[in-house]
Structures are given as C-alpha cells and as structure tokens.
Design a protein around this ligand. Structure first.
Ligand SMILES: [Zn+2]
Length: 309
C-alpha cells in the first residue's frame, strides 16, 4: 500500500452526534487497535479483524454509535481509493444471490424500474444484475482496483470517487441502493441528504446496514463480527429511523436481513475452522455449499422520497 502518512490531521473528534447533532454522548467501547496503523487492508470488505473498532461513542439522544475520533472524509477517501480485495469476487455468486433478492423486493415497491444509482458499488455485481433485469443502472465506488475490475469483468463504467463529493443530477433516479455502505461513512446524514437530492419525487432508497441491537450483536458482545475497523457508525432501528426522518424519507418497508455465503467463505473467516479448507479438494467442495446466515443481524429498509402531494 505505502505512501499514506498518518498524522493527527487525518482524524477528527466529534462533539456532536453525526446523525442528530446532539452533544450528549458517552463512551461506548474502547478502541481495540492502534488507529494510527489503519490501512486499506484493514478496511476492505473481506477483512477478518472482527471485534476491532475505533473508540466508539454512544449518542444519548438517538442511540447512534460512532467512531470518535473518526478518520476525516478526505482520509477515508484516500484509504478506500487504495483498497484491493480479490476475495470479495471469490464470493460473487453468493453476493449475486443476495443482491437479486434485494432487487426483487425493490421492484415490488418500484415496479416501473428506470434509473438506479448504487452507492459503494464495489466490483459492480449489483449494477450488472440490475442492468440484466432492465434497470438503467449506474453507481460510484472509491476503490480504483474495484472500478477497473468492474470494467474488465462486466464492461461497466462505474464512477470512481466519493458519493458525497460527486456531482450528480438532482431529482433524477428512481432508486438509490446503499447496501452495507452507510456504516463505512463518517457523515451518514450528509450521504442520506445526497441520496434524497438525487432521487426523483416518489423515488425509493434501499438501505442495508448492521443492527447493533440485533440478537446476534447482543449474544456475541464485543466479538460481534460487524465490529471491524472499516465500520465508523453502528445503527439501531431507533437511530436509523431518526436518520431517515431528518432527511425527509418515509419508510415503506423494513425487514431483517440475512446474508448467504459459501461454507468456504465462512470457514475462512474463523481461525478455528480453517483446518476444514486446508486442502484444495475440500476447499472446492465447501465453495459449492451455500449457507444462509440465519443471524439476521442487519436491517433492510425501503424508504420513499415523498412527492409532496
Ligand atoms: Zn444522535
């Protein structure tokens, strides 16, 4: 990776909640890694640094849990620009199944399809699928590696950069998808405001993010697998509702979300299960087996930009 000098000016302390702006907060969890050693490798999607977090604060007003200090938006952009994550594409099939289900639900709410914008598009799997289903899909991704991969594998020209800073047409998209992205952002309110702005009146936002109040989160405690260096904010139903309210969205559907992965991927995430995939034949076998993570520890929300009628 190299090259990123990490100094104090790469971080910012937050006296106000990044969702509701309240200044009443208390420490929630202490940092469990040396934040000055943060790198692109530590924040990639398939990192296995479970349990490692920034110092986290809890907002006493809306219950949002957020990194404090947090990396500045500029520093986040630099880090994600450098991310290379070949393991992500190893699970392309599993991810496609997840995204196909999301698109099916989105299409029931947004039957006319039309223009779709995917925020944090990674290697373009969702955009590629959406196009195949008749959407006019586009998106943005900060990782130069992922953008190039999407071009080579799917022939997509995904925009490279930061969603919040990119100039996009207002009142244009029928749907905006933010699947497992808002928890990586240090300023979720600004990102949602941007999503609201680019949606047409009546347009739908689909947002998926981990639920810090889920049973899985409560059971696994500080070892919860969503506690990881790439995550800068942790929502509950309460803080997510607050965020959508403040932005002007109306929730039309919510559900609990569970991911599908191959057995191989899950075993590779757990040190004590890695013996199962040590030889190539076993690894091949486990890659063919899909496992639905019945933990349902994420929230999947569909919210509408009201047409104001
Ligand atoms: Zn708050």
């Amino acid at each position: 990776m190299g090259g990123t000098a990490i100094g104090q000016n790469n971080f910012e302390t937050r006296s106000a909640c990044p969702v509701c702006s309240s200044s009443t907060q208390r420490p929630f969890k202490q940092s469990s890694f040396e934040i000055r050693k943060i790198s692109a490798d530590l924040i990639k999607i398939t990192d296995s640094e479970y349990g490692k977090t920034w110092d986290l604060s809890l907002c006493l007003n809306c219950s949002f849990v957020f990194a404090n200090p947090a990396p500045t938006p500029r520093f986040i952009r630099t880090l994600y620009g450098q991310v290379e994550d070949p393991l992500y594409e190893d699970e392309a099939e599993g991810r496609s199944k997840n995204f196909a289900k999301i698109l099916s639900r989105l299409e029931r709410i947004c039957p006319g399809k039309g223009t779709l914008f995917d925020v944090g598009a990674a290697t373009g799997i969702l955009i590629h699928l959406a196009r195949g289903r008749g959407w006019d899909a586009d998106g943005i991704e900060p990782s130069a590696w992922a953008v190039k991969y999407a071009q080579e594998k799917y022939g997509l020209n995904i925009r490279e950069g930061s969603f919040e800073e990119t100039s996009l047409p207002a009142n244009f998209y029928a749907a905006v998808t933010m699947v497992d992205i808002v928890e990586h952002m240090s300023r979720p309110l600004e990102a949602l405001q941007k999503a609201f702005e680019i949606l047409k009146p009546g347009g739908i936002l689909c947002l998926v993010t981990p639920d810090i109040k889920s049973l899985a989160a409560r059971i696994t405690g500080t070892k919860w697998w969503h506690f990881r260096p790439g995550h800068l904010g942790y929502f509950s139903a309460k803080s997510l509702t607050k965020l959508l309210d403040l932005t002007g969205f109306t929730v039309v559907k919510k559900k609990k979300y569970s991911w599908t992965f191959s057995a191989h991927y899950l075993f590779s995430r757990k040190k004590w299960l890695r013996f199962l995939i040590k030889n190539a034949r076993m690894a091949f076998f486990w890659k063919k087996i899909s496992i639905k993570l019945a933990l349902s520890d994420s929230m999947e929300i569909y919210a509408k930009k009201d047409s104001g009628e």
